[in-house]
Design a protein around this ligand. Structure first.
Ligand SMILES: Cc1cc2nc3c(=O)[nH]c(=O)nc-3n(C[C@H](O)[C@H](O)[C@H](O)COP(=O)(O)O)c2cc1C
Length: 177
């Protein structure tokens, strides 16, 4: 294994949901690096039907957190990224039902990039809970046809969030079940 392979695998294995932040801001340069990682994710038929909203303003972060019961860490996060599907991007037959999978891949890429940058982040679901989607849609003024998928609070880790060992050999079936 090369040094790069080791670093990539270490990043994957050390990624964890970080919900405790110091409250320090996250710079736009860092957010741009995270957004580039999100856009580098695989995309069905390479249609790239996603759009992203990056939020750094404290009042918007707080207002988002107020309406999202499982995303209260926004109150201490330095920023957040909302991963959205944009239906104005023309999708080919067969790809229309796949944008959520694109959005999931982009969300995970952002989490991994955050881990590599020693930032803390957590995947928080918006889709398919319509109340959460509507709260975000309204606050962020999303245009018609743009649907929020996930919201990712990002911050400087305050400590205490640790990776979990999820490996279970018995879940693996070689060749056939
Ligand atoms: C689809 C999805 C939705 C999630 N939604 C939330 C959420 O709303 N709030 C939250 O705190 N964590 C959320 N999580 C994070 C999970 O709770 C977390 O990934 C899980 O507990 C495993 O911990 P780990 O990420 O540290 O490995 C979500 C994760 C996924 C994949």
């Amino acid at each position: 294994m090369t040094d790069t392979t080791t670093v990539v695998l270490d990043t994957i294995m050390s990624r964890k949901s970080v919900r405790n932040y110091t409250g320090e801001p996250v710079t736009k340069a860092c957010l741009l690096a995270l957004l580039k990682a999100g856009m580098a994710a695989p995309s069905a038929r390479n249609r790239q039907p996603l759009a992203f909203v990056a939020v750094t303003e404290r009042n918007i972060l707080n207002a988002l957190g107020e309406g999202l019961p499982f995303t209260k860490m926004l109150f201490k996060a330095g920023a957040c990224i909302v991963v959205c599907g944009d239906s104005s991007v023309e999708l080919q037959a067969g790809a229309t039902d796949l944008w959520h999978q694109d959005a999931a891949a982009a969300t995970e890429n952002i989490l991994l990039a955050a881990e590599a940058m020693r930032l803390g982040a957590v995947w928080s679901a918006l889709f398919p809970m319509s109340e959460r989607e509507d709260h975000v849609r309204k606050l962020l003024k999303l245009p018609a046809g743009v649907d929020p998928f996930s919201i990712i609070p990002v911050g400087h880790p305050a400590g205490g969030d640790l990776p979990k060992d999820k490996f279970k050999g018995e879940k693996i079936h070689w060749e056939v079940w």
